[in-house]
Ligand binder design. Structure first.
Ligand code: PLP
Length: 422
């Protein structure tokens, strides 16, 4: 064990981890492109892009330069009463890229907090308009929106990570996505009955990520927009996972042709460089807060809100998106994941293989032994961290064809299935 790992291990509390039985974490020395280089010299191709953040690969020189220039100018200033170019420019660029009048950007530092802010915006929207009692949410089975207390209430209640805390916070209406006419009618009925207590619907558009990489048709999102309008409740899209190209469109909402009332962004926002998130609202939402009454303001302001380094990284990441190579890369990755993972259908215990944009998923009938699999993938030179019943790949967009072959080959090898054909 490296010295720093041995010294720190008794003191660091690790995420999502039974530390008594889990193997030691792998010690990382540095990163480059789509690779993680370990202290012992091994190189792992990263199939996860560090929880879906490092969309342009690690250490991208354009992002690194933007951050280091900003570091020399001003690493941080408080956002209360002060303004800086990286945040103001980023807000105007996000407003221009997002569909419709999603024009009002509230920055925070993590995805969960941006979801909490979206929830506060939705509740206070109704209060500011003089409507009482609209403080509940409708969310969907299979959904994941964060680990903080309020966001846990809108996650799938069977989510292993959160079920211990049921009863701590008021419960929400977590129901089936309107995938067919029966579930659409059920949601319509729920909204008809409960609309007077509901502030908003919240959904991860196109694919529910941490809840199991569950894909749905864009039609589901169009139905949600229709139902939200019919019952006059707000619609929030949590694009923390799907935003910034992952599903093949810059934003899933734009690809689906549906404009939500509020959208949350994080994960790939800074290209995986620094923590940053945003809740972006449409004009009608913002206008409910625009008043001569100080009490109508949104009372929120994280200490590191709109951190200039993070905003500079996000601006540089947007430059790379504007350059456009991501789009062909995502299509290239989708094709490689599809052909590379398809043979896994034959493996024992596999119930589905699916791809969407730069996301490839092998689903098993029962939860997998994530720790053991993770170790075997690492022995094959890959960083792949299964989750629940799925082994999945969400590689950086710069992953080469050879590296993609290594990732899908490792999964096939561990599942004991033959080479992909053609
Ligand atoms: C990761 C994620 C979150 C939580 O983001 P954190 O930065 O981990 O707090 C919320 N919603 C979705 C869809 C996510 O994928």
């Amino acid at each position: 064990m490296t010295n720093w790992l041995a010294r720190g291990a008794p003191h660091v509390w690790r995420p999502y981890c039974q530390m008594k039985t889990a193997p030691a974490p792998l010690a990382v020395a540095r990163t480059a492109g789509a690779r993680i280089i370990l202290e012992d010299g091994r190189e792992l191709v990263d199939g996860i892009a560090s929880w879906w953040t490092a969309c342009h690969g690690y250490n991208h020189p354009h992002i690194a330069r933007a951050v280091s220039e900003q570091l020399a100018r001003a690493p941080h200033v408080m956002f209360g009463g002060l303004a800086h170019a990286p945040a103001y420019e980023l807000a105007s660029r996000l407003a221009a890229l997002l569909p419709g009048d999603l024009d009002h950007v509230f920055f925070a530092e993590s995805g969960s907090v941006s979801v909490e802010i979206a929830m506060k915006m939705a509740i206070q929207f109704w209060i500011n308009r003089g409507v009482q009692g609209r403080n509940r949410f409708v969310s969907f089975l299979g959904g994941y929106h964060g680990d903080t207390l309020a966001t846990m209430t809108i996650c799938d209640p069977d989510e292993g990570m959160h079920s211990l805390f049921s009863g701590v916070m008021p419960s929400q209406h977590v129901t089936a996505l309107p995938r067919d006419s029966a579930s659409e009618e059920a949601l319509d009925a729920l909204l008809g009955e409960k609309r007077h207590e509901i502030a908003a619907l919240i959904v991860e558009p196109r694919i529910q990520g941490a809840g199991g990489m569950l894909i749905h048709e864009d039609e589901v999102l169009r139905r949600l927009r229709v139902l939200a309008d019919r019952h006059d409740v707000l619609l929030i899209f949590d694009e923390i996972f799907t935003g910034f190209g992952r599903t093949g469109d810059l934003f899933a909402c734009q690809g689906a042709g549906v404009t939500p009332d509020i959208i949350t962004l994080s994960k790939a926002l800074t290209g995986g460089t620094l923590p940053l998130s945003a809740a972006v609202a449409r004009r009608r939402i913002f206008e409910a807060f625009w008043s001569d009454d100080a009490g109508a303001a949104l009372m929120h302001g994280p200490t590191y809100m709109a951190n200039p380094l993070a905003c500079a990284a996000a601006g540089a990441s947007l430059d790379l998106f504007e350059a456009g190579a991501w789009k062909t890369d995502v299509a290239r990755i989708e094709a490689a994941l599809r052909s590379g993972l398809e043979p896994c259908r034959q493996a024992a215990g596999v119930v589905d293989v699916r791809t969407l944009g730069a996301i490839g998923v092998v689903e098993f009938e029962a939860p997998v032994d994530a720790g053991a699999l993770c170790q075997r993938f690492a022995e094959l030179g890959c960083w792949i961290r299964p989750m629940g019943k799925v082994v999945y790949l969400t590689p950086p967009f710069v992953t080469t064809d050879a590296e993609l072959g290594q990732l899908t080959g490792a999964i096939r090898k561990v599942l004991g299935v033959a080479e992909a054909q053609g």
